[in-house]
Design a protein around this ligand. Structure first.
Ligand code: NAP
Length: 356
């Protein structure tokens, strides 16, 4: 592992938003990356970050180094010397901007939906599909880019895929029915008006169910040289709901396994899963990617979302399902594991594999 190299200069696109702020928080004191540039919309051009940003994260203050940085437009020429950008841009504008950076030789780690399903773009969770970075050389060759784009998943797909991967490896999974209870921060800031979400549950999040269903298949699928990404042979059905929690997506799943196993075997598959980022000791990899809690009423959004500094997915309530094999509950922090923390881990994985 490269730990003694000079720090890699990095920038954040969409630095003023919910995910952008998480990036800035997590990049503070990072052993491999140095935050040197912040970008948002042109209206902030040249103004200090502190002047244009209300820090909305609980438990941390705006880092002093970031506070002084000028906010620049989201263009490669405005960020000279930057080797990596973390993109927290809205889907409406992220696509073209991210391509411009990749063309300019920058490695882009994106949270936006635009390139996730690209035929040569890794949709990466290193604990799940670390080998999908093999698509990067092909992406660069086909598109003539010296940089590249790696995306991370929709924040609701991340906990499900992480929970399913060890079960897929050990027993095979053929069906998953998942119902989410997603926090309001998942809609960015200011997100849903308080009048519409307080005392309420909204059983619709535009495009979310489709993303959860399709991204899961890509991530649990394979990268085959000469063929590309091949979806996992799995049927996923999703119900996505917005609930009045601030952070953390809680999800209830019923799954069909391909062979008959006891509950303790499933729990053991989760608890004994030591994926590559953990084995490699990457800086953002939590000690345990998955934690199974045996209390009858866990995981809970408030109590478990910060497990492993927000990078651990917490599981619980495994029990037989009258329709499929088993049902259980999982929880993942949407702006950390499901966004900025996941993206940072993706970049660390690419450094570890010599791509940066
Ligand atoms: P957000 O709070 O609305 O922040 C959006 C950011 O984009 C702000 O910094 C904003 O800067 C900037 N921006 C908006 N329009 C722009 C433009 N025309 N040019 C340049 N910058 C522009 O959104 P978010 O929740 O952080 O989400 C960011 C991305 O991550 C989205 O693609 C989202 O789908 C994805 N994501 C979010 C989550 C989550 O839990 N929130 C999880 C996974 C993925 P200004 O201050 O200049 O407007």
């Amino acid at each position: 592992m490269e730990t003694s190299h000079k720090k890699i200069p990095v920038g954040v696109l969409g630095a003023t938003g919910m995910v952008g702020q998480r990036f800035i928080e997590l990049l503070q004191g990072h052993p491999w990356f140095e935050l040197v540039a912040l970008a948002a919309s042109d209206k902030h051009n040249g103004l200090p970050y502190a002047e244009v940003t209300s820090w909305r994260l609980s438990g941390s203050d705006m880092p002093a180094d970031a506070a002084q940085l000028p906010v620049v437009p989201c263009r490669p020429e405005a960020m000279p010397g930057v080797k990596v950008v973390f993109s927290a841009l809205p889907g409406e504008i992220a696509g073209e901007i991210e391509i411009a950076f990749a063309q300019a030789g920058v490695a882009v780690f994106s949270n936006a939906k635009n390139h996730r399903m690209g035929a040569d773009v890794p949709l990466l969770i290193p604990e799940v599909n670390a080998d999908h970075i093999a698509a990067i050389p092909q992406q660069q060759k086909q598109r003539g880019w010296s940089g590249f784009i790696v995306t991370n998943a929709n924040c609701s797909a991340t906990p499900l895929v992480m929970a399913l991967k060890p079960l897929q490896l050990a027993f095979g999974v053929s069906k998953a029915l998942v119902t989410t209870m997603q926090a309001i921060s998942g809609a960015g800031y200011p997100g849903i008006p308080s009048y519409d979400i307080l005392d309420n549950v909204v059983p619709y999040i535009g495009g979310e169910e489709e993303k959860l269903e399709s991204e899961t298949l890509k991530m649990l699928g394979e990268w085959q040289e000469g063929r590309g990404f091949v979806d996992a042979p799995l049927a996923v059905s999703a119900h996505c709901n917005r609930v009045a929690t601030r952070e953390g997506h809680l999800e209830c799943a019923s799954i069909q396994l391909e062979r008959s196993v006891g509950p303790e075997e499933i729990i053991a598959a989760w608890e004994n899963y030591v994926p590559e980022p953990q084995a490699a000791g990457l800086p953002s990899a939590p000690k345990h990617a998955l934690v199974y809690r045996r209390e009858i009423d866990r995981p809970q959004t408030l109590r478990d979302r910060d497990a492993g500094n927000g990078m651990t997915v917490t599981l619980g309530r495994l029990r037989p399902c009258p329709l499929f094999s088993y049902k259980f509950v999982m929880l993942g922090h949407n702006t950390i594991r499901g966004a900025a923390g996941g993206s940072l881990l993706n970049a660390e994985w690419c450094v570890h594999k010599g791509l940066l």
